[in-house]
Design a protein around this ligand. Structure first.
Ligand code: IMP
Length: 423
């Protein structure tokens, strides 16, 4: 039985949480493979809207076990808040949620280092969510990090102290005005650790291997998007993990030959939050409409998202790197009412027309070349079957399928679980 993957193909916020929630009925295990509380996975059902940051999006289903994999970074403070917010749902969390011993911990000083690093960068800042993601992954690859399994040791607090002391020296080095009371932050951290320790820590790679052998169906859930991948994204304006398909292998310990379907999620337009190049970004009324109708505000930080037309050049690149087998198009409903839609099908790169993503997509090098297609007026949000979709939306979908050479299997027409059309 293969492990299926689900990941975002743009700059994050594609709607992965909703689709994992929709697909969970078909799986026994949902496993997050990278990222941390920089993610905000929004789920809507029964009139409730819920945002998850670290906990996998299958948590609301009785049939599924949820795993936080080794590739994830966990902030015990935020994790505790997530658990507190789930209390009202009366879920049996202890028997449904397991944590990899090899996942790394975000310390309060990692968050401070993130803030200090961004402040020191000035105008060149990444636009980080300031959740400590970069510094935690730096400690992981620098072989200094603290892992969940360390919390099972009697002397874990010594290890914590040594690392936090080192971080304090590094914060001083940045020489920026950062006000903080480490005692308060540490008290919160210790409380979070106590909550985390109530859950079962597991050797998740072994668990997944054995469950897979028993025939259990596993879905690996990604966070952020392919264009934020540390290797293949718009570096340095990226996150610090591999958000692409290979990240599921390293982030869960799943062998490449065990990967089955790769579900690629994208919006019918494009958004980006934080700094960095975005060739099809709009600064006009159309962009403003997408933001307003699409409610484009970060689920983690509340920041307004930058909006623009769909970029097929970037999307093709993401489909290729991830080996996407099934596409899922989100938020087609947001485009209702646009007379004409633009799709970027090539770039003018330093005077030449190209159809692949070059090393540098800064605006001085790249101008998008657009194909214009007819829009649709119909309200899609009440539609429930493929046959109801307007002709011009079908033409839009067919155009994308032809360009991307992968079928679009789901068209989402609203945030609720039920507003999902299978094709
Ligand atoms: P960091 O991962 O918090 O350091 O942020 C690095 C960049 O990735 C910033 O531009 C963030 O806005 C962006 N980013 C991080 N996580 C997400 C996400 O879940 N959705 C969208 N953008 C994100």
């Amino acid at each position: 039985m293969a492990v299926d993957l689900l990941l975002g193909l743009q700059w994050g916020d594609e709607g992965k949480g909703k689709i994992v929630d929709v697909l969970t009925k078909n799986y026994d295990i949902i496993a997050r493979f990278q990222g941390g509380p920089n993610a905000g996975h929004t789920l809507e059902f029964d009139g409730i809207k819920h945002v998850l940051h670290t906990i996998p999006s299958g948590i609301f289903h009785d049939n599924a076990i949820n795993i936080v994999g080794n590739g994830v970074v966990i902030d015990p403070v935020i994790f505790k808040k997530e658990l507190d917010n789930l209390k009202k749902f009366n879920l049996d969390i202890k028997s449904k949620l397991f944590i990899s011993r090899k996942a790394h911990l975000i310390l309060p000083t990692h968050r401070l280092l993130d803030a200090a690093s961004e402040a020191a960068k000035g105008k060149a800042k990444i636009g980080s969510t300031l959740k400590g993601i970069g510094p935690t992954y730096m400690d992981k690859t620098g072989r200094n990090g603290m892992r969940v399994g360390d919390l099972e040791l009697d002397n874990w607090q010594d290890k914590y102290r040594a690392l936090a002391n080192k971080h304090e020296g590094m914060i001083d080095y940045y020489d920026v005005d950062l006000q903080y009371d480490l005692k308060d932050l540490e008290a919160e951290f210790y409380k979070g650790v106590e909550e985390l320790k109530k859950l079962d820590f597991i050797d998740s790679e072994e668990y997944l291997f054995q469950e897979q052998r028993k025939g259990k169906k596993i879905l690996a859930e990604g966070a952020q998007g392919s264009l934020l991948d540390i290797d293949f994204g718009t570096y340095p304006y990226v996150t610090s993990s591999n958000t692409t398909a290979a990240g599921a292998c390293t982030g869960l310990g799943v062998a490449p030959n065990q990967i089955g379907k790769v579900f690629g999620i994208f919006k019918a337009y494009a958004t980006r939050v934080g700094s960095g190049p975005f060739p099809t970004e709009l600064f006009d009324e159309d962009g403003e409409t997408m933001g307003r109708v699409g409610n484009e505000f970060g689920a983690t930080t509340g920041r307004p998202r930058r909006c623009g037309w769909l970029d097929i050049v970037a999307l093709k690149y993401a489909v290729q790197i991830n080996g996407v087998t099934d596409l899922m198009m989100m938020k087609g409903d947001v485009l209702s009412g646009f007379k004409t839609l633009k799709i970027c099908t090539a770039y003018n790169y330093k005077g030449k027309e190209i159809t692949h993503l070059p090393f540098n997509i800064e605006p001085e090098n790249v101008t998008p070349i657009y194909t214009e297609v007819k829009g649709w007026d119909e309200d899609l949000t009440q539609m429930s079957s493929n046959g109801q979709l307007p002709e011009t939306l079908n033409a839009y979908i067919n155009f994308l399928e032809k360009e991307l050479e992968v079928p679009i299997k789901i068209v989402s027409v609203g945030p609720d679980r039920t507003q999902t059309i299978h094709r």
